[in-house]
Design a binder for this molecule. Structure first.
Ligand code: ADP
Ligand code: ADP
Length: 239
């Protein structure tokens, strides 16, 4: 069954603005999806619907074959634990170390009095090391986050989501504030965890060029509607 399915999804904001219109979509486990479209096309609205950061107006969304539209508290927490989110502005605690920021990926999901006070288990610390290895930033473990470049900060944010063992990662314009070279480093990390860990990735992008280079399938939105949906023959060119 698909990892993510949209069935006749509509999202109308309270203001009356149409966010999504007649969306039917199936995303299989292990796909790397790029969602492209102009500003205001509905890309963020689509992503926010997948982890139920907001409710849709009508239709149905299934994750692993289960409808999430009526999920509350406990099921909603379990859903979000399986879905990692990456944002354009990284959402890190800048004056803290990289290690602490990555460990924070644990706090939101398994809060204990110890983790809230910044006391983490050996197992958690080992996992933070593994996560940083995945994004090739282990050498920054004890560096303060505000001393890193933007691209490195985004990769710390990716390592942080790995602490929750996500099945799906949703990335909302993760490279919009980065230069082309650092953008590629961030995209390389996303591609790595897609290929090595089998995580399903859905990433909103402005750049069609990056979409073509990294995604296995491109979805295009315009005025809340799905106007394009094509697999890409992403044959690795060996670099
Ligand atoms: P856990 O260790 O949490 O039990 P499982 O591997 O059993 O994890 O998977 C939990 C659920 O997540 C299953 O229903 C499975 O279909 C789904 N799942 C597994 N891999 C992926 C993936 N790459 N993308 C989306 N969903 C996945
Ligand atoms: P994109 O991510 O492609 O830039 P969005 O999903 O953010 O597009 O926006 C789609 C449409 O919904 C736009 O017209 C936008 O102005 C509107 N919109 C987005 N968020 C809200 C909101 N919270 N309240 C009202 N309208 C919104």
């Amino acid at each position: 069954e698909p990892a993510i399915a949209f069935k006749d999804v509509q999202k109308v904001y309270d203001s009356g603005t149409i966010g999504l219109k007649d969306i039917n979509l199936e995303i299989q486990k292990g796909e790397f999806i790029a969602v492209v479209g102009l500003s205001g096309a509905g890309k963020s609205t689509l992503l926010r619907s997948i982890n139920k950061m907001h409710d849709i107006t009508s239709g149905d969304i299934l994750i692993d074959g289960k409808s999430i539209v009526n999920y509350k508290s406990k099921k909603l927490r379990a859903l979000r634990r399986n879905i990692g989110m990456i944002f354009q502005n990284f959402n890190l605690v800048k004056q803290r170390t990289v290690q602490r920021n990555v460990l924070n990926g644990r706090v939101g999901f398994y809060p204990t009095w110890k983790s809230v006070l910044g006391l983490f288990s050996k197992a958690d610390k080992n996992k933070a090391v593994e996560s940083l290895k995945t994004v090739n930033l282990l050498d920054k473990l004890y560096t303060r986050t505000d001393q890193l470049s933007g691209g490195q900060q985004q990769r710390v944010a990716i390592a942080r989501t790995l602490m929750q063992d996500p099945k799906i990662i949703l990335a909302d314009e993760p490279v919009a504030s980065l230069d082309p070279v650092t953008s590629e480093a961030v995209m390389d990390d996303l591609k790595n965890l897609n290929e090595q860990l089998g995580i399903t990735v859905v990433v909103n992008l402005h750049s069609v060029e990056l979409a073509m280079k990294y995604a296995s399938r491109i979805i295009g939105l315009r005025s809340g509607q799905l106007v394009y949906d094509q697999p890409i023959n992403n044959v690795s060119n060996g670099d």
